[in-house]
Design a protein around this ligand. Structure first.
Ligand code: ZN
Length: 399
């Protein structure tokens, strides 16, 4: 089946050779077998189906490379406690925070968790996200982590967008174990079974003081690699901890957060293929003043992506346009760099940059048609995005 998109105002993509924004005008796009096969200024004939862009601009479908949507209930009460002066760490110490999400998830049946997670994920589509990385990590037992990953698999089967699964058993240490004992369970029981059932592509660790130290994180990620799971890391969020050096050492696909990264960490990332992923929505939602210094990372040749970090405790933002706005205002990124961060660089962090993240011949036909005149307007209208989206094409089909 051949489909063409016609009546396009502009196509925005990234020129990977020159490393600059690529803008094409007066082109038609031919899609065949879910792929973009031709972009041309000539009129394309002999098609089965025509999509009228109605003078929309086109961008690649947005890619959210860091989310925690597999949970049940919410933590609005904790949000109130934080407004009253308690920190995320204080709340956790009192048995709230992530521990309350864990209690709720363990009690939930597969069906209940599926329905709740589906409700969490569905709205991402309205904001133009066509690929979503989703982490487990609110189960923290073999059965509950597997339940979470199977929910991700079912949602991936049921929704039009692609959901990429990450095992985050090392999100926190559950109350019933010491950290070392729990690390053994992750390495000896969880990772082997998850790998055998092919339930995850990536393995992530929350590498922070009070969670998993460098040695424990290294052990988990090296075990994951031996089972063909690709490492990624939560790094240098609350204080500098050396997690980005570890990310580079183990060949992680991504090192995420980075508010407290120092020069050594930046050096390690710049010399590696590890993408530096900024999550400014979390800084905003936690009402902290220190954002990750994206400008410094980019000026030091790091590859920078942006993601939402959607989760029940520290960020409920799903719109990547909103995240782009926060990044240009607070992390020192230009508009073009923010666009790169939610498209091609996000694809790199998911090891899919030869399939998604560009509007190029040979790439998946994941395309958003926006009712705007320029890329700037996507950020300008950051919170009314879905009213500005004309159509979304995922794997060649209108969704
Ligand atoms: Zn996270």
């Amino acid at each position: 089946m051949k489909t063409k998109i016609t009546n396009i105002s502009k196509i925005y993509s990234w020129n990977t050779e020159l490393d600059i924004l690529d803008i094409k005008s007066n082109q038609e796009v031919l899609i065949e077998n879910n792929k973009i096969v031709k972009i041309t200024s000539k009129v394309i004939d002999d098609v089965d189906n025509t999509i009228d862009a109605e003078q929309s601009i086109l961008t690649p479908g947005f890619i959210d490379s860091h989310t925690h949507p597999i949970f049940i209930g919410n933590r609005a009460d904790e949000f109130k406690m934080r407004l009253e002066g308690k920190s995320y760490q204080d709340i956790k110490q009192e048995g709230g925070g992530i521990l309350s999400s864990i209690r709720a998830l363990r009690k939930a049946s597969f069906e209940q968790l599926y329905l709740s997670s589906l409700e969490n994920i569905n709205p991402f589509i309205k904001y133009g996200t066509t690929t979503l990385e989703a982490k487990s990590g609110y189960g923290l037992s073999l059965n509950d982590e597997i339940k979470s990953l199977k929910v991700i698999r079912k949602i991936n089967d049921d929704l039009d967008i692609d959901i990429i699964p990450t095992f985050l058993g090392a999100h926190a240490v559950p109350n019933e174990y010491s950290a070392d004992k729990y690390v053994d369970i992750i390495c000896n029981e969880m990772i082997p079974q998850i790998a055998e059932e092919k339930l995850a592509i990536f393995c992530d660790v929350f590498c922070e003081e009070g969670y998993f130290n460098i040695q424990q994180s290294r052990k988990i990620l090296n075990t994951a690699k031996s089972y063909s799971l690709v490492p990624r890391l939560h790094s240098d969020e609350f204080k500098y901890f050396g997690a980005s050096e570890l990310a580079s050492e183990v060949g992680a696909a991504s090192s995420d957060h980075l508010m407290m990264i120092n020069n050594n960490g930046i050096k390690a990332l710049s010399k590696s293929n590890t993408v530096a992923t900024l999550l400014p929505g979390t800084t905003f939602f936690l009402n902290k003043k220190t954002y990750a210094n994206g400008r410094k990372l980019i000026d030091n040749q790091c590859q920078v992506a942006l993601a939402s970090d959607f989760n029940p405790g520290t960020c409920t933002i799903r719109s990547l346009s909103n995240i782009m706005l926060l990044a240009v205002q607070n992390c020192g990124l230009t508009l073009d760099e923010a666009f790169l961060g939610v498209t091609y660089n996000a694809a790199k962090s998911l090891l899919k940059s030869d399939e998604i993240g560009l509007i190029e011949e040979g790439y998946n036909a994941d395309i958003v048609l926006w009712n705007t005149k320029s890329l700037n307007e996507i950020i300008y209208w950051y919170d009314s995005e879905y009213t500005k989206i004309n159509k979304i094409i995922k794997n060649g089909n209108l969704i």
